[in-house]
Design a protein around this ligand. Structure first.
Ligand code: ADE
Length: 247
């Protein structure tokens, strides 16, 4: 997968060159390219923004440098990219959306700033708009990093595929609790079943805990799932009828 990121602040992106994303690039599974929008700016100051037509506060990233940048970056690789603009007005990011995008060979992520980008670019050159949540950040850089990180870890071979299959949201449920040595920490014991060596019982306990965790913290996620009879039984064992979503 190739990710091209168009930004006024390429220096912010250090987290994409550490840890798992760094390994993904070293192993050539992922290519991340940062592009400074100012390279397509006007005049000696490489200006890319101007006051909004109609007045009002702030500045708007202008259509001309942004269009030139998106086209130039698009032409840097023969694979046509999907162009994504990060904005609070976009589709909310979910693991399902990340999974859809992870199948694409190439994405261009456009980071806005100030009051945003000229609307005509959204209409003509942006394919998709994504929000990372209902709050406003000072620019699209952090959202682009969030999206890039979530994508990179799904690229085959980047992390253990069993971990991905089991983690929160991939199963539609939140994750089960995890424990490591020591077996007793400050008087708190690890659940007995995990020390039993009985894989069947351990799997059942984990499923039960994931269901319970989800019922307690995110009942909205359970409602969207088609639970098996066994799952419903596991849930009711811990939840008295009427105390939450059940069978
Ligand atoms: N830019 C500013 N805030 C944002 C958000 N919540 N999601 C995506 N892009 C943004």
């Amino acid at each position: 997968m190739r990710l091209d990121i168009l930004t006024l602040f390429p220096e912010i992106f250090a987290p994409l060159f550490a840890s798992i994303p760094a390994r993904a690039q070293t192993s050539s599974r992922v290519q991340v390219e940062l592009h400074n929008l100012r390279d397509w700016g006007r005049g000696r100051h490489r200006q890319v923004d101007d006051v909004p037509f109609g007045g009002g506060p702030g500045m708007v990233i202008q259509a001309e440098p942004l269009a030139a940048a998106i086209r130039a970056v698009g032409a840097m690789d023969p694979r046509p990219p999907r162009v994504i603009y990060l904005t609070p007005q976009g589709t909310p990011l979910t693991q399902t959306l990340v999974e859809e995008l992870a199948d694409r060979p190439r994405l261009v992520l456009v980071c806005g700033h100030y009051e945003g980008i000229d609307e005509r670019i959204r209409e003509s050159l942006v394919d998709q708009e994504i929000s990372i949540g209902d709050y406003v950040l000072s620019g699209g850089e952090l959202p682009a990093m969030v999206l890039a990180d979530a994508l990179i870890r799904l690229v085959p071979g980047v992390i253990d595929s069993e971990s991905v299959a089991r983690e929160s949201f991939s199963t539609g449920l939140l994750d089960h609790p995890h424990y490591s040595r020591p077996a007793v920490f400050e008087g708190l014991s690890v659940p007995e079943v995990l020390l039993s060596g009985h894989h069947g019982r351990i799997e059942e306990w984990r499923r039960e805990q994931a269901l319970l965790n989800t019922a307690r913290r995110r009942p909205d996620l359970l409602e969207a799932l088609d639970l098996s009879q066994r799952d419903r039984e596991l849930l009711t064992r811990f939840q008295p009828p009427g105390s939450g979503p059940g069978p």
